[in-house]
Design a protein around this ligand. Structure first.
Ligand SMILES: [Mg+2]
Length: 297
């Protein structure tokens, strides 16, 4: 019987591994006075350089784009002064279903247009209001230049999300994307992450990183799929009731720096460090599938 374990850390004198499923890592090899010993045959795998990024409020500032849409919406319909604050509060940063949201909007403001028509107009306008900072696009390019494969995984209607990806230029900076509206699968389901990896010609069995601003959709979803997780906090506190991410950064440019090994980040002591930061690129020792004979036996 063999157990698949993955190297997650390789400082100068030891290898720390954890088993698939991200149980707490343990050090199994330490130099110079110990040799590698396993109680049963193992196969060591390095984590592939696959980065799966969320789109809204990770790669693009969806909150600002929504605020701009809401300002226009209020002005066009001459809505009362408190309408803007109501729209922003009811939107909940995009967390609520859009059909529900536009149902509420239609009812509150007594719109003549149907829910579907108002929603359609929103999807047409939002991609025009979203922008992706040049430094984010440049970061993704650097990440791919370092040998990483990069994909976007996002929930939302296909026209809206694909419009954002293409108008911002992100389509030229990633290898693939998976949009829930196209696939009929939503985060946090593992299948949408698998679809993104498959679009890159990879699969999740080789590991990788899930990066995003949602503790549930991106971090918990990524963890459940066997990925390491990097939370883009945007200055918020991590929900105490959830298991922490592997790493936390404030924005996506910092996330890329962590992946590229140029920066440290907040992390939980039981969580593995960023792949490719200090360890994986320096692993030189090949560990066989058979257990080593203990010294002196
Ligand atoms: Mg998001």
């Amino acid at each position: 019987m063999s157990a698949v374990i993955r190297i997650v850390e390789c400082p100068s004198n030891s290898i720390t591994v954890h088993r698939k499923g991200y149980q707490p890592p343990r050090t199994v090899w330490r130099l110079p006075d110990e040799e590698i010993r396993f109680t049963r045959p193992v196969r060591l795998l390095t984590m592939q350089r696959l980065a799966l990024f969320d789109l809204d409020n990770t790669l693009v500032d969806r909150s600002e784009a929504f605020r701009r849409w809401a300002v226009e919406f209020c002005a066009d319909r001459e809505l009362p002064d408190d309408a803007l604050a109501w729209l922003i509060a009811t939107d909940q940063d995009g967390a609520v279903p859009r059909n529900w949201f536009f149902g509420e909007v239609t009812e509150r403001f007594g719109l003549a247009a149907s829910v579907d028509e108002t929603w359609r107009q929103y999807r047409r306008r939002m991609p025009e209001l979203v922008s992706c900072p040049q430094e984010v696009l440049a970061s993704l390019t650097l990440l791919r230049d370092d040998g990483w494969t990069v994909a976007i995984v996002t929930n939302g209607q296909a026209d809206n999300q694909l419009g954002k990806i293409r108008r911002t230029g992100l389509d030229r900076c990633v290898d693939a994307w998976a949009v829930s509206g196209e696939l009929g699968i939503r985060k946090p389901a593992r299948e949408i992450l698998e679809a993104a990896a498959r679009g890159c010609g990879l699969d999740l069995s080789g590991g990788g990183w899930a990066i995003g601003d949602s503790p549930v959709l991106d971090v918990e979803g990524g963890r459940a799929a066997g990925l390491a997780t990097l939370w883009v906090s945007r200055g918020k506190d991590w929900p105490a009731e959830l298991a922490p991410p592997n790493r936390t950064v404030t924005d996506v440019v910092a996330a890329v720096r962590v992946l590229r090994g140029e920066a440290s980040a907040e992390g939980h002591p039981d969580q593995p460090p960023a792949a490719g930061v200090s360890g994986l690129t320096t692993v030189r020792r090949v560990v066989s599938e058979s257990p080593r004979t203990p010294r002196g036996s």
